[in-house]
Design a protein around this ligand. Structure first.
Ligand code: PEP
Ligand code: MG
Length: 323
């Protein structure tokens, strides 16, 4: 599909046999909302809130965050906006928050680990802004936590949400508890998928990090980039397991890593059972164009073959033969 002129579809799409698939945009700032709508995004599947905290000396306060989240929700009055809570650490240091140098930052205090530890105050402020935005904005808010590895982290996060909800209640401030989910970025989250899904509404697979942790190959190191490949059957099997766990626990599951926006992989991803794909806005028209031609049964068979492969080269060959 790449390279050809594809039509921009602003309407939601379904597969040739009538299965709806949500196609959403990844954004980092409110400035990207307009482009996402213009490319035909049904929703925002990943709002990376780190960008609100970058290039400044102090964190944005509750009022400023509230404005930004409401702006995003108002841009998608009929859709969903999935906001990820602050994901600092690893490849995303924010100097005034994250001053401590760790020897191995990707295996250190990043994502939800910071929000439940040193950044607890920032986490509360962000959640207050989010619960308020859920009541004020037009679209449907969903909130997800990054880098989750354990059920305890989810339970602690849900406790903080409950605390913030009670606080807003006491203050008589309008608020609404959004849909709640986690990113699937660690092998531990895949293995504990059923227990996580029982406690949550949705998952979103972050394949950039999931690939790095499944393959033990840094997403930033050229020397191991041949291993950091989401076509590897090991990664596909992790995705398959996460999808089964989500659905067994009555949760929906999307993907917001870069893999989701590769038009070559759309059929494989639908075959694996993903309910939503979220990507940078420019690839949305190509992916929507692919979806309307896909037959779900055929996609499932194709995914089964890919899951049975022994190497990523075999998967790549199957993808080539399939186009
Ligand atoms: C991911 O890890 O795939 C992801 C979407 O999150 P980020 O790239 O922001 O780490
Ligand atoms: Mg990530």
């Amino acid at each position: 599909a790449e390279g050809r002129d594809v039509e921009i579809r602003t309407e939601r799409v379904e597969t040739a046999d009538g299965e709806p698939v949500e196609v959403a945009a990844n954004i980092g700032t409110a400035a990207e909302l307009e482009g996402a709508v213009a490319q035909g995004a049904d929703a925002v599947g990943l709002f990376r809130t780190e960008f609100l905290f970058l290039d400044r000396e102090t964190p944005p306060d509750e009022a400023e965050q509230l404005d930004t989240y409401v702006e995003a929700l108002d841009a998608f009055p009929e859709g969903r906006v999935v906001v990820r809570t602050l994901d600092v650490g690893g490849d995303k240091p924010i100097p005034y928050i994250d001053a401590e140098e760790e020897e191995n930052p990707f295996l250190g205090t990043r994502g939800i680990r910071r929000s439940l530890g040193p950044d607890a105050e920032l986490f509360r402020t962000q959640l207050r802004a989010l619960l308020r935005a859920g009541a004020e904005g037009e679209g449907d808010l969903a909130v997800m936590f990054p880098m989750v590895a354990t059920v305890e982290e989810v339970e602690q996060s849900l406790d903080v949400i409950e605390d913030v909800r009670a606080e807003l209640d006491n203050e008589d401030v309008d608020h609404e508890v959004p849909e709640l989910g986690v990113m699937i970025e660690t092998p531990a989250a895949v293995f504990m998928g059923e227990q996580l899904a029982e406690r949550l509404d949705f998952f979103s697979i972050g394949t950039n990090d999931l690939t790095q942790y499944v393959m033990a190959a840094s997403r930033q190191n050229e020397a191991v980039s041949h291993l950091h490949n989401p076509r590897d059957p090991a990664v596909l099997r992790a995705i398959d397991q996460a999808v089964d766990a989500a659905h067994a626990g009555d949760a929906w599951i999307g993907m917001c890593g870069e893999m989701a926006g590769d038009p070559e992989l759309t059929e494989l991803l639908l075959g694996l059972g993903l309910d939503e794909l979220s990507m940078s806005a420019v690839t949305i028209p190509d992916v929507k164009a692919n979806i309307v031609d896909i037959d779900t049964e055929g996609a499932r068979e194709f995914a089964e073959q890919a899951l049975a492969a022994s190497t990523k080269d075999q998967v790549t060959q199957m993808l080539t033969d399939n186009t």
